[in-house]
Design a protein around this ligand. Structure first.
Ligand code: HEC
Length: 293
């Protein structure tokens, strides 16, 4: 904690590049312009590779791991589970190559639907028990669906509907709100400070941050190993919302989705965050699942 605080003071706490009342299109334009200026050598598509777009040494190491990716068994398991739960019927195109359109605004319900939420709804509709939302079998299924969507361009739509815009703006507000004992916003770390170090970690940019989920993290694999004595096919896997929770904890804020109540459903606050955050990756090709630290 002390160490983080010391590094934290070294982080530049700049203003917000995004205006409170701008449209999603303007927000995206400004965010891209900001990062193109900050990292002139990095092309739009490479932002999908997070910190590996910024640091050649870490990139080499990462590419070596990706040659024999530790998530492969998980994706195979996801494919089998996809079949077992009869998911093909619930989705367009039999569920293949569709992740780029998530999350989307459903005008009938007035809510934003995530891929994980739709997988869960289908599982329950088909008469099965709901799955845990942040890791395990659910992530394997998402991983398989991400795999079939590789190369598709992220295409989140925020229609001109007050309800959709409200959810988008709630997500944006969450991203810029300071929280936790350390009083840090997502933007402080992932907009103001990418390229800088915090606690021995290089900070990655917000642009492209969702393109490769779910991820297989070494940190999560180690955690599973310590708990169960083996990592297994799924032990390193986690969803975007699991990562949100981790980043909330880093600043000593309680994750929105902690506790039993959120085991089989997603928190609306994180759904709104995902809507805004994934919109910021529009135009970037999906490349999940991917390995991260
Ligand atoms: C104290 C700094 C800090 C704050 C605040 C913070 N993060 Fe992070 N975040 C990190 C670090 C360090 C990593 C790992 C390195 C990286 O990929 O940027 C990370 C990684 C991530 C990743 C994974 C990136 C990838 O390539 O897989 C996502 C997504 C993310 N953060 C989102 C958020 C969101 C959303 C918030 C606000 C709720 C947030 N972070 C707040 C430090 C922070």
């Amino acid at each position: 904690m002390k160490r983080l605080l010391i590094t934290a003071t070294a982080i530049s706490l700049l203003g917000l590049p995004l205006l409170a009342n701008a449209s999603p299109k303007q927000d995206l334009k400004e965010l891209r312009a900001y990062f193109f200026k900050k990292f002139p050598g990095v092309k739009l598509q490479d932002f999908g590779n997070g910190i590996y777009a910024l640091d050649p040494v870490r990139r080499d190491e990462w590419q070596n791991i990706e040659e024999f990716p530790p998530y492969e068994d998980g994706v195979a398991k996801g494919k089998a589970l996809f079949k077992k739960y009869g998911l093909a019927k619930c989705f367009k195109n039999g569920g293949k190559g569709i992740k780029q359109n998530y999350p989307y605004f459903d005008s009938k319900s007035g809510k934003v639907r995530t891929l994980i939420g739709d997988i869960q709804a289908c599982i329950v509709k088909n008469g099965h028990k709901p799955l845990g939302m942040k890791k395990g079998n659910m992530v394997a299924i998402e991983g398989y669906m991400a795999y079939t969507s590789r190369g598709k361009v992220q295409n989140v739509v925020v229609p001109n509907d007050k309800r959709a815009l409200k959810i988008y703006n709630d997500g944006k507000t969450f991203f810029y709100a300071k929280r936790g004992q350390l009083n840090f916003s997502c933007a402080n770390c992932h907009i103001d400070s990418p390229g800088q170090m915090v606690r021995g970690n290089l900070l990655g940019p917000a642009l492209g941050q969702t393109s490769h989920f779910p991820v297989w993290r070494r940190k999560w694999a180690k955690k599973t190993l310590a708990k169960k004595g083996e990592v297994g096919a799924l032990g390193g896997f986690g969803t975007l919302h699991r990562r949100y929770g981790g980043c909330n904890k880093q600043v000593r804020a309680k994750p929105l989705n902690s506790g039993k109540a959120w085991k089989t459903k997603q928190h609306p606050g994180y759904i709104a965050l995902e809507y805004f955050h994934t919109y910021m990756s529009n135009g970037i090709k999906l490349n999940g699942p991917a390995v991260r630290q």
